[in-house]
Design a protein around this ligand. Sequence first.
Ligand code: PBG
Length: 342
Amino acid sequence: NKFSPARTTQTRGVDEITASRRLRRMRKADWSRRLVQENRLTVDDLIWPIFLTEGENVREEIAALPGVYRLSVDVAVKEAERAATLGIPAIATFPQIDLALKDETGSQILIADNLINRATRAIKAAVPEIGIITDAALDPFTSHGHDGILRDGIIVNDETVLQVASAAVLQADAGADIIAPSDMMDGRIGAIRDALDAAGHQDVAIMSYATKFASAFYGPYREAIGTQGLLKGDKKTYYLDHANSDEAMREIEQDLAEGADMIMVKPGLPYLDIIRRAKDEFSLPTFAYQVSGEYAMIEAAAANGWINGEAAMMESLLAFKRAGCDGILTYFAPRVAEILKG
Ligand code: PBG
């Protein structure tokens, strides 16, 4: 064995091997590590996803997302105020719709005064300085939990796109700053751009969930918005196969051609390679969604004392920056903002 101690004594000394290169020199103290740090996480990188529900003064914890709550609109306004005070640039809203209002086509998404739009109006009125991102997707509104209109077992693409585009206009009317369609239907970005422009919303931006993978990491989110028990089958006919990277680049290329202003990769941590590739190939504003399952894994391990939760949270978020992200949607946003402030 050439690594046996006897052999080692006969090889070059460590100082000869390293010559003048000793990479540990810059790691020797906190000041020098800070000096050479290549990436940094700031509050400006954070987008906070929040869950909405009906009622007043409601703040109910989501079992699979400890520390994350469904909020009635009045409480969401207070939380948006807190987020703005912390310096968080934007929030993203996701509604839990009453079961009685869900149907086959998700028609509730076309109600101007639905839960999402009421929340947007209330938050915009109270906290005009925070950016509001709304998800123009049908899944919170459909009785089957799919992101599209379901007919004879098939998710119908073009009809879904027209409905999503109309919904996007209503969301913009309510004051949404960024429309973020997460349904992965073909042609949705172009249709939403046309509809927004025709309605006078030229300044409303589109963040495309361009590369959204069919993933097991969405589980807790589905509990949060109440689609967990409803979903029949899976979403593999519209979300990306998680084995594919070239196909993800083709999705981005297409969304860019149709008018996307920024793109998102979802889930986050298992897809850092996609983020890096997307940033290198397209140089677009690139975001990652650290999804519910990623949050839940860190929280669960931390609750069991198996990892240092705060350290893992900070490390995971910095990893997104290193991979090329301009920002991260994360349920940790207010907690991180507090730490960064402190
Ligand atoms: C669907 C949607 C999903 C998430 C947000 N919007 C995925 C899904 O339910 O299939 C997941 C977010 C998360 O897991 O945190 N339009």
